[in-house]
Design a protein around this ligand. Sequence first.
Ligand SMILES: Cc1ncc(COP(=O)(O)O)c(C=O)c1O
Length: 436
Amino acid sequence: MTLNADTDFWASANTHLTRYGPSFESVIIERAAGSFVYDADGRAILDFTSGQMSAVLGHTHPDIVATVARQMGAVAHLFSGMLSRPVVTLAERLAALAPGLGRVQLLTTGAEANEAAIRMAKLVTGGHEIVAFAQSWHGMTGAAASATYSAGRRGYGPAAVGSFVIPAPNAYRPRFKTADGSNDWQTELDDAFALIDSQSTGNLAAFIAEPILSSGGILELPLGYLAALKRKCEQRGMLLILDEAQTGIGRTGHMFAFERDGVVPDILTLSKTLGAGLPLAAVMTTQAIEQAAFERGFLFYTTHVSDPLPAAVGVTVLDVVARDGLVAQATARGDRLRDGLLSLQQRFECVGDVRGRGLLLGLEIVVDRQSKAPGFELGARIMEETMRRGLSMNIVKLPSMGGVFRIAPPLTVSEAEIDRGLEIMSEAIQAATNGR
Ligand SMILES: Cc1ncc(COP(=O)(O)O)c(C=O)c1O
């Protein structure tokens, strides 16, 4: 009899917890350490989603545990207009990592950071129209939810006036093709902005984008795309907001994903990975934009703005990432993981595509490679089989796409853990497809 079947626990959970998403896992998690979470039977489950794509240092990292204990004993929370050393230190450290983005506001969640970014863009440009990708996820609150298109739009009344959308480039399922059959993203982008121009009432404020759309199925913006997008924004007096909730802090093999493209956004939002699993977010911008916002009376005052406890955690996250060379490690371990996924693709017909960068990778499940018909049911079966064997992976299901596994282990993941994860995936796909 498994202790995960604790009837009192489940009766209480099923009576008292609001069902806020698709479903709950059927295990009870008692503790976590490194790349593993442990269920009620003490069974180790490899966590290849880093919690909710956040725990870049793995779980209960000793440096984070020590920082929380130390800072909690010193000062955790303050009046929002009071400053402490960890806040200024983290702002200075982030500014040094993102040249040009010298102003930093420290907040709590990803949605909240995007609210602040959008609010600032509206105030500074005088516009209110916000453009995003049709496969985006920027959060569950007002402006962030209005710019979120991958899920959750129906049933909540009107989105913000002036919410526009363009398709994200998808190399596996191109909408426009060049003569050699590859994705013609430039034509797609030109076409999309022609539509934006025809819908806009002349009040464009910002484009908000993820460099790799994660909830959208690990769609990577191809090299050159961000630069082209920035030009589109500049031509229209819009700001470019990059949401690096998942891609920031080393995950893609750069400290920030935008570094690969040599494009600095007007506003950068960080969350998830910055606190390595604790609630911490940052909104970064240029001195000029901050000055303009300040002159117009920028107000984004929250209970936990500039709280010392999460800020101290953020400083430790940056320390550990630098000390342990985790940005380079994301590339090396990511290459190992990608090679393993590519060999799964060679063995199994249902693996349609492998994509992503560093340790943020996607594996798209299709019914067959010819038709690329989405393999939602098969994906769900594979997910069940991986969990049964001790590997937690998350699958996103979106219209016009196969089920896509989002694979994002902690940056601290060992080679042996990657190999074990790949082994489990292989066994799970084998079991779910009966060897097909
Ligand atoms: C890219 C991106 N932005 C923003 C958010 C929202 O962050 P939070 O859930 O912390 O509000 C998410 C959450 O999944 C995300 O993936």
